[in-house]
Design a protein around this ligand. Sequence first.
Ligand SMILES: NC(=O)c1ccc[n+]([C@@H]2O[C@H](COP(=O)([O-])OP(=O)(O)OC[C@H]3O[C@@H](n4cnc5c(N)ncnc54)[C@H](OP(=O)(O)O)[C@@H]3O)[C@@H](O)[C@H]2O)c1
Length: 287
Amino acid sequence: MNTRSSGHADNSAKLYMHSPLVPPVTLVTGASTGIGREIAQLLAERGARVFGTARDPRSAKPIPGVEFVRLDVTDDASVAEAVKGIVQKAGPIQHLINNAGYAAVGALEETSIEEAKEQFETNFFGVLRVTNAVLPGMRASQSGRIVNISSVVGFVPAPYWGIYAASKHAVEGYTETLDHEIRRFGVRALLVEPAYTKSQISGNAKFPRSQIPAYAAEKKRIIAFADRSVEQGDDPRLVAEAVWTALTSRSPRLRYPVGKGVSLSRLRRFVPAGMFDRSLRKEFQLD
Ligand SMILES: NC(=O)c1ccc[n+]([C@@H]2O[C@H](COP(=O)([O-])OP(=O)(O)OC[C@H]3O[C@@H](n4cnc5c(N)ncnc54)[C@H](OP(=O)(O)O)[C@@H]3O)[C@@H](O)[C@H]2O)c1
């Protein structure tokens, strides 16, 4: 059993069992705040050699057992440099958690093509970029796990978070296919789907430059509802535990809905489409 100390008091019996001598080299994107920070911390506590990323590592509060590296998921050179540096220092990356992301918030009609592309550049192409940089090493060592942090809005609609939801739907479709292509190399791609979770996501949201007054009142109400829901949302530790399960399960599932997302996932699968549509409109009190 790996007993590498992370500097944390570890009261948990959970430690990596499958790599007794070498702690799995683990890359967590967007580890400076919120969910990514919690994932990096939990995996370090349980014995991984964790590299967490931030666009400005100097501004990231240190996490015991986590080495911060500079990485912007929208920049090819930044991704290549970060992955190369980690591999040179620690060897092939065995676990990748694609967590970095932000929310573009606003009515779809208000969102310009440029703003939509920016959202996809981070939330979707960022996942593709980092994954493509890490996969050659995983294929060569015939093992690895990739966990993509999606969202419940990767499988349900999200009024006024529509481009964000579209980017997460893209991550879902991408991951499901990727998992089929790479399984024969001993590598799996899996999804963790948080619901509202306490983090900095509301404060870091981006809004469209152009506003259409016809949407203003409903948008304001729904954004305030979403912000309150994040404030009162699930503990990010729950998401980190789901990532842990995805990384360590002998027979992993493709999707791990988290917290309140579990019941939403069941509703989506088992409730007739018309009933789901009505209950979503009622939940958001849409006119
Ligand atoms: N909170 C929720 O309710 C919720 C629900 C479902 C899914 N999620 C997903 O969970 C993930 C984490 O979000 P969060 O809620 O923890 O939000 P957060 O607190 O705002 O954290 C976002 C992280 O992403 C990083 N990031 C943003 N743009 C980046 C870029 N271009 N390159 C590299 N890193 C970048 C940020 O790092 P730097 O700014 O330091 O670079 C930060 O560490 C996201 O994928 C989000 O969509 C969140």
